[in-house]
Design a protein around this ligand. Structure first.
Ligand SMILES: Cc1cc2nc3c(=O)[nH]c(=O)nc-3n(C[C@H](O)[C@H](O)[C@H](O)COP(=O)(O)OP(=O)(O)OC[C@H]3O[C@@H](n4cnc5c(N)ncnc54)[C@H](O)[C@@H]3O)c2cc1C
Length: 397
């Protein structure tokens, strides 16, 4: 007789794929329900540091992740007229363990590590669920019902599981930072078009970053303050509307920014446009249903720790389930207690970072640039190292 506990995981992203790995270590089986038709590589660039890097070590994934990583060793920051503010060589910084890679490549590597006890079902979503206290019935979009001991909502910032689980919550869990972003990549010649592995242009209320990728691709990240029309609905609009807004955002910036928006539009490249919105929940679970990763506690891209904390959270959940003697509710409470302090620190930090990276007005912007230019390089680089170390300290459990 099969006595293994079973979990249904909605979302085959960083959190969902990681938790399937750790559930296996706890002796559980799982089914991952992923809306997309494939677990695709590529995507926007992320840095895996701190607890996420540690988790990758525990999963024995550092070598495979390094194989798909990028060496983002230099960052040149310029004004919108093209004059250089600073050139930071990260190799001069006191090294902390980290891996720069595309989000999709991290997801693909995690998918390859998913154990036999887990099944990934692509092109499916959840319709609804019923928590019966001793089990959960999860109905899929094709009408099929899966019975499980735990339902995990790892379906990202716009989580469907969260909406259903906390439908009676009287406050919104969404907290806007007051900024939006767009990410895409385009064909180009990274070596000749970008003078360093990362080139960024800054002006009041805006930061536009370009990164060298492999295979003649260049990754683009635009970030801006929300005095421009908010873009949260854009993902539901057609590409034309998204590009109209992006042209407005690029206007007034360095010509390169306009050129890349044009190039992306001409190629019909997929773009992701969203607001920087944190998810702040007083609790992440109810009964036998829990949220994981961005669904529970999106930190926004500002923190640089969202994927890392999704992986760490998955590992902690696996550990607590293993130690819980089959008391799922107690394991979920222990997971929340262990992780929450670090999440709260990182969310505070994200709010402060946004204002520093993207100064809101011309006075603060010019003051910041003047200070960066005045400070000796060795101070700047040691400040940078200390800042990263301090950020990693925030993730300590
Ligand atoms: C531009 C940018 C830069 C970033 N930089 C960093 C960084 O440097 N370092 C870092 O650690 N983090 C970074 N992050 C954050 C990081 O990408 C996220 O925190 C991380 O991807 C969260 O993982 P997740 O699994 O919770 O959600 P996701 O990765 O969003 O995965 C959710 C999954 O659920 C699926 N899904 C959604 N809805 C449904 C549904 N109804 N049914 C079934 N499946 C569904 C989606 O298709 C997706 O596969 C960055 C984010 C952005 C946008």
């Amino acid at each position: 007789m099969d006595t293994k506990n079973k979990a249904v995981i909605i979302g085959g992203g960083i959190a969902g794929l990681s938790v399937a790995f750790w559930l296996d270590k706890a002796g559980w089986e799982s089914v991952i329900i992923e809306r997309a038709q494939t677990i695709r590589g590529g995507g926007f660039l992320i840095g895996l540091t701190g607890l996420g890097y540690e988790s990758a070590k525990h999963m024995d994934l550092v070598d495979p992740l390094n194989k798909v990583s990028y060496d983002l060793n230099e960052n040149v920051m310029k004004t919108s007229s093209g004059s250089e503010i600073v050139r930071l060589k990260y190799t001069d910084a006191h090294g902390l363990e980290s891996i720069a890679l595309q989000r999709g490549d991290l997801a693909k590597t995690l998918a390859e590590a998913v154990p036999e006890s887990a099944t990934i079902r692509l092109g499916r979503t959840m319709a609804n669920f019923v928590d019966n206290r001793d089990s959960v019935n999860v109905t899929l979009d094709n009408g099929e019902t899966l019975k499980c001991d735990l339902l995990i909502g790892a379906d990202g910032i716009h989580s469907h599981v969260r909406t259903q689980l906390f439908k009676d919550m009287d406050t919104t869990p969404l907290a806007d930072l007051g900024y939006s972003f767009a990410v895409y990549d385009v064909e180009g010649d990274p070596e000749t078009e970008l003078e360093a592995s990362c080139v960024s242009y800054t002006r009041p209320g805006h930061l536009d970053c370009f990164y060298r990728l492999r295979d003649r691709r260049i990754a683009v990240l635009h970030m801006w303050r929300d005095e421009f029309p908010k873009l949260e609905v854009l993902r539901n609009e057609n590409g034309k509307a998204a590009y109209e807004r992006l042209h407005a955002i690029a206007a007034g910036g360095h010509p390169k920014i306009r050129e890349f928006v044009n190039r992306s539009e001409a190629a019909g490249a997929p773009i992701l446009v969203d607001t920087m919105t944190m998810v702040k929940m007083p609790t992440w679970s109810q009964g036998r249903v829990t949220l994981l990763g961005d669904a529970a506690h999106c930190l926004t891209l500002m923190s640089g720790q969202g994927a890392a904390m999704a992986m760490a959270s998955a590992e902690i959940l696996g550990r607590e389930l293993k130690n819980s003697n089959n008391d799922v509710v107690a394991a979920l409470a222990a997971h929340d207690k262990c992780l929450r302090p670090a999440i709260l620190r990182l969310q505070d930090h994200s709010t402060n970072l946004a204002a520093a990276y993207i100064p809101r007005n011309a006075f603060i912007y010019h003051l910041r640039n003047w200070m960066i230019r005045l400070i000796p390089y060795s101070w700047l680089i040691s400040w940078h190292s200390e800042k990263i170390k301090a950020e990693n300290e925030l993730t300590k459990l």
